[in-house]
Design a protein around this ligand. Structure first.
Ligand code: UDP
Length: 337
C-alpha cells in the first residue's frame, strides 16, 4: 500500500502499526521523516521524501492498490495567514491524487476533517456523516479555508466516476507526536492539546481562546489506528462511505480541558497543582489573526463505523491525556530548560 503523509502525527502511528501487525510492504511519502526514523531501515518500507505537488510522485503512488492520504497543512493559525497554500494542499493535491487513483483503479482512503461540519453552534446535536447540514463562515473569515478545501475534495471524490474511495473525518485526535512545540520544531499555533502541553512545559499560562467555551470530543490516535484496521478488513463495507472517527464519551469544554491538563501535569511532575500557572483568556481574532471564527460544539455520531465496520473508540479521555502529555513532557523537557 501507499501511505502519503506517513511521517505526520497520524501517519507515523499508522505506519508503525502496519509494520508491527502485518507483513505488508509500504510505500511511504512525506516531506519529513523525523517521526519515523526508527522504521527507515525496515526492508518493508520504501520511503520517498516528497509531496503531492510533484506529478511523478502522484503517478507512482497510484500504482498501489490501496492508497491512504494523510498529507495536509492542518495547523490552525495557517488557515488565516497562508490560506492559499492551505487550499492548494487540501484541494489541488488530493484532487490530483484522486484522478490518478480513478485511472489506476486504486482504493483511495482520504483523510478529511471534522472541521467540514463548519460553524456549529453550542447546542448542535450529533454530527452525522450523511445527513447533517453544513454551514461555513463568510469568505473573509479565512478560518474556513481549510474546511472549504477539505469539503470540496470530499465532493470531488464523491463525484468522480470510477473511483473507489473512503473518506475519514477525524474528531480531534490526540496522542504522542501530535503537532509540534512552537519555536522548537514548528512555527505558528498548533492544535489545542499540543499548544496547552507546550505552555505547561514552559511554565506559561495556557491560552483560553474566547473563554474556552467551545466543546470538543477528543479521540486517542490509537483508536484511530484501530479504525483503519477495521476498514482494511471490511473494504466491501467501507468503499463509497464517509466515516466519522471520534469518541462521543470524551467531550468537554476547552476550559475544562485546561483544568484537567493542569492536574495531569502536576501529577506527572510530582508538584502541587497550585504551582502550575492558571489559564488565561485571550481574544480569538487577536490570538490567531483576523478571520478567526470557531465551531462551538463538535459531537460525532459514530453509529456508521460501528454498524458497517464493527469499530468503536474505547480509550477514555484521561488515559489519552496522560499518555499525550507524558510524551510531550519527556520529548521536549530538555529543550524547554
Ligand atoms: N484553543 C484554545 N487555546 C489554544 C488552542 C486552541 O482555546 O491554545 C481552542 C480553539 O479556539 C478551539 C479549540 O481549542 O475552540 C480546538 O482548537 P484546535 O486548534 O485544536 O482545533 P479545532 O478543533 O478547532 O479544529
Amino acid at each position: 500500500m501507499a501511505l502519503v503523509g506517513c511521517g505526520g502525527f497520524i501517519g507515523s502511528h499508522l505506519l508503525k502499526a502496519i509494520l508491527e501487525r502485518t507483513r505488508w510492504r509500504v510505500f511511504g511519502v512525506d516531506l519529513d521523516p523525523y517521526r519515523i526514523q526508527e522504521h527507515l531501515a525496515n526492508e518493508r518500507l520504501e520511503f520517498l521524501c516528497g509531496d503531492l505537488a510533484e506529478r511523478s510522485i502522484v503517478n507512482r503512488i497510484a500504482q498501489y492498490p490501496v492508497v491512504v492520504n494523510l498529507a495536509a497543512i492542518c495547523t490552525p493559525s495557517r488557515y488565516m495567514s497562508e490560506a492559499a497554500s492551505v487550499i492548494r494542499s487540501n484541494y489541488d493535491h488530493p484532487a490530483r491524487l484522486a484522478d490518478a487513483c480513478a485511472k489506476s483503479g486504486s482504493w483511495l482512503i482520504h483523510f478529511s476533517t471534522s472541521e467540514i461540519y463548519g460553524k456549529t453552534s453550542a447546542d448542535s446535536g450529533l454530527l452525522d456523516e450523511d445527513t447533517s447540514e453544513i454551514t461555513l463562515g463568510p469568505v473573509p473569515a479565512s478560518r474556513w479555508s481549510y474546511a472549504t478545501a477539505k469539503l470540496l475534495t470530499e465532493r470531488y471524490l464523491f463525484a468522480l466516476e470510477n473511483l473507489r474511495w473512503t473518506i475519514v473525518r477525524p474528531f480531534n485526535f490526540v496522542g504522542p507526536y501530535m503537532d509540534f512545540m512552537p519555536g522548537v520544531d514548528g512555527e505558528g499555533i498548533p492544535r489545542v492539546l499540543a499548544n496547552f502541553s507546550a505552555a505547561l512545559v514552559r511554565g506559561e499560562p495556557m491560552k483560553l481562546v474566547d473563554g474556552g467555551l467551545a466543546k470538543r470530543s477528543f479521540t486517542s490516535v490509537h483508536d484511530a489506528v484501530d479504525f483503519m484496521f477495521c476498514l482494511f478488513e471490511n473494504d466491501s463495507q467501507g468503499v463509497g462511505q464517509v466515516f466519522n472517527v471520534g469518541n462521543p464519551h470524551n467531550e468537554l469544554t476547552i476550559a475544562e480541558l485546561a483544568n484537567k491538563m493542569r492536574k495531569v501535569f502536576a501529577e506527572i511532575k510530582g508538584v502541587d497543582e497550585s504551582l502550575v500557572p492558571l489559564p488565561e483568556v485571550v481574544d480569538g481574532a487577536l490570538y490567531y489573526g483576523r478571520g478567526y471564527e470557531d465551531s462551538l460544539r463538535r459531537m460525532p455520531s459514530v453509529q456508521k463505523a460501528e454498524r458497517l465496520l464493527g469499530f468503536k473508540a474505547l480509550t477514555p479521555l484521561d488515559c489519552a491525556l496522560k499518555e499525550s502529555l507524558s510524551w510531550f513532557v519527556d520529548h521536549y523537557q530538555i529543550v524547554a530548560e
